[in-house]
Design a binder for this molecule. Structure first.
Ligand code: ATP
Ligand code: MN
Length: 464
């Protein structure tokens, strides 16, 4: 008998088919009339399928009536029209094979709902809950849309390295990669660690961004994007920071800041439109069970034009807002999550792209404006999450770039290859980084970033 997914079996077109379904039991209910209802889930969709197992089945008393939440089973039979609410189909079982039992006294995922915090302790079992199943299906859809969006537009998927010796201007604290034995550290004549004896002959790290390598390829191939894991060793225990997260970074030759903003807006709109049309059931779940502003946020991103506001104007608006912020605000300071959220949620009620930030709070590679105070940076802010994208037009003038590096105390010799891009055929170019997990948060309403990645890495947490 053909194996089909529960997602497929739930469609009305499947009525009348003989099929094999396989999954995990969510609940069992015995009826007085001499049969049992099993709710079976296989993760292909949020909903379960109802299986009707008659007392006449050979293992009814010995096995079927002992099934509990978490047991695994194969069920064969006919898919029938269901009279039940919220389901078009059900399965009349001709055979139920039990693969694995789950002792109800020990299996933690019983009827009782657990907190997200508690579920983090069971990172190996939480994918079997409705919430995590839904998050992972949406995460998958977003990843697919990311590739579709760029591939359809002629972008080249670039694999930038995970191990790197450059620190991308200190986008964040870095994890060191080394084969030096911590119990036996080689020292040089000055008593410093002798990295020439390390694996790469130099200090090396896990990447904080693929941007610099992205620029190398964009200035040869035009439009590229990287999409991969990124690492930051910041000790920040917030609901929107991870030590290991996934970042998408397009980089485009001949794009100026306005083109970059348009690309970011089109990109976010496309992802959200795909989620709305392909993940309807999961989105409805988030709206009902996780956060009742999810749908509004999705429609806001998909339909409203993004406001483009300079940093300077944003500061003026924040100063005039009369809001009580925990962190004081003044021209020259970086915005905190509370300021970002105020702007997108209350001041504009739509996504906002802030641009032209003070040079002093941004990295050396961002293009300087003529005012000599600001750079062509842009951050995209969305409701509830705040900053979801950070990007800029890159400095394409060799002399200005060198001056900026000096200002920030960077050694130009170490970036000789980066400077070469400005020496040989320099072009205006721009790019940005979208944190995948922040996008999943925005779309699902999940409050904590630890709950939108399969295995969250945060300070003190890497068990599994
Ligand atoms: P923030 O100010 O929110 O800490 P950032 O300015 O350091 O972020 P960027 O270096 O601009 O971040 O990185 C680009 C994008 O990557 C951010 O807009 C965000 O979506 C995502 N991102 C950055 N740091 C993290 C992190 N620690 N965990 C998850 N996502 C992150
Ligand atoms: Mn940023």
């Amino acid at each position: 008998m053909e194996k089909i997914s529960i997602k497929e079996a739930r469609r009305p077109e499947s009525i009348g088919r003989q099929a094999t379904l396989q999954g995990w039991v969510r609940t069992r209910r015995d009826s007085k009339g001499g049969f049992s209802f099993l709710e079976l889930n296989d993760g292909t969709c949020l909903a379960n399928i109802q299986v009707i197992a008659d007392a006449g089945l050979e293992n009814y008393e010995s096995e079927i009536k002992r099934l509990t939440a978490g047991c695994s089973a194969t069920v064969r039979g006919e898919i029938k029209e269901s009279g039940g609410k919220g389901q078009a189909t059900e399965m009349q079982a001709a055979e139920v094979i039990v693969h694995g039992w789950a002792d109800p006294d020990e299996y933690p995922l019983q009827k009782k709902r657990h907190s997200m915090e508690k579920l983090r302790e069971w990172a190996h079992l939480r994918p079997r809950t409705n919430a995590f199943g839904a998050v992972m299906r949406v995460r998958n859809q977003i990843s697919r849309s990311i590739h579709d969006f760029f591939q359809e537009d002629g972008f080249l998927y670039l694999h930038t390295p995970i191990i790197t010796a450059s620190d991308c201007e200190g986008a964040g604290e870095m994890f060191r990669v080394t084969t030096i034995d911590p119990a036996n550290v080689p020292l040089d004549a000055k008593g410093q660690v002798d990295y020439t004896q390390d694996f790469f002959d130099r200090p090396s790290y896990l990447t904080v961004s693929g941007q610099l390598e992205g620029e190398i390829y964009a200035t040869a191939l035009g439009k590229v994007y990287t999409f991969g894991p990124t690492f930051r060793a910041e000790n920040s225990n917030t609901s929107r920071h991870l030590a290991e997260f996934w970042m998408v970074e397009p980089e485009v030759a001949f794009n100026e800041l306005d083109d970059n903003m348009q690309l970011a807006e089109d990109f976010l709109k496309r992802i959200v439109a795909d989620v709305l049309s392909n993940c309807e059931e999961d989105v409805e779940f988030f709206q009902k069970r996780i956060d009742d502003t999810v749908l509004e946020t999705l429609h806001t991103i998909a339909e409203k034009p993004f406001h483009r506001v300079s940093y300077t104007e944003a500061i003026e608006r924040l100063e005039k807002s009369g809001e009580k912020f925990e962190f004081p605000i003044a021209w020259g300071t970086d915005l905190q999550a509370e300021h970002e959220r105020y702007l997108t949620e209350k001041e504009f009620g739509a996504p906002v792209i802030l641009y032209d930030y003070p040079a002093a709070i941004k990295p050396f590679y961002m293009k300087c404006n003529d005012d000599e105070k600001t750079v062509r940076a842009m951050d995209v802010l969305v409701p509830r999450v705040g900053e979801i994208i950070g990007g800029s037009q890159r400095e394409d003038r060799l002399d200005v770039l060198e001056a900026r590096m000096q200002e920030q105390g960077l050694d130009a010799d170490e970036y000789w290859w980066y400077l070469d891009l400005r020496r040989f055929g320099t072009v205006p170019h721009s790019g940005f980084g979208l944190g995948l997990e922040r996008m999943v948060q925005a779309v699902t309403g999940m409050a904590n970033i630890r709950d939108v990645i399969p295995f969250p890495r945060t300070p003190g947490n890497a068990e599994f």
